[in-house]
Design a protein around this ligand. Sequence first.
Ligand code: ZN
Length: 230
Amino acid sequence: MPVLGEVKEGKANNIYNLGLKELPLEQIVQDFYQVEVSIRNDAKCAGLAEKKYGSLQFYEDAVFICLGTGIGGATFLQGQLVKPYRNAGSEYGHMVIQKENGIPCKCGRKGCFEKYCSMQVFKEQVKRILNLPENIEAKEIIEKIKENRKNEKLEQYIESYIQDLYIGLANIVKIVEPQAVALGGSFVYYKDILYTKLLEKIEQQKYLVEMPKVVLASLGNDAGMIGAIL
Ligand SMILES: [Zn+2]
């Protein structure tokens, strides 16, 4: 079962988005449904699915980054998911990318990657700039962005989003040196708006940071569920 938080030994720890420190989720679900279950972090599930069947299947060293409500990750070295002893690792969303006046994060630090580049943050900023209603559907947000491509404030914001995303990715690449990075979560629906621009940025900076292939996750939103049964 894919869940939020740092999952270890049947417990979901540090679920910042829900304000929970430790939840013995495996036991709770098991008691409720009277069936054996095992839980794993949602980004790890999606990453495993991408590694086995999707965009990362031909790479031994690879990083999967899930851009959604927050930012989660899964790292593979020599074909294997990296599993630290303490927690689940690869919490790339809580890597600080902004030291000066960093936005406070629920994890307690400031300037975390996910406070700038999660899709939740992206959509909130777009809604604010374009004065869109709070309950607008994700699909409509994409349409609105396309209609407002000449809006200077929106263009500037997208530019700064891409810059922050690039900083985060370059940090991860410098440390892990993967052969490929796959970007998943609802980011995949913004291919023309964000992914193409990110590739341009990577091309511009290629003499500074030697980036590997950066691809879009190919299993979409089902990746988490596919990975949960692996
Ligand atoms: Zn954080």
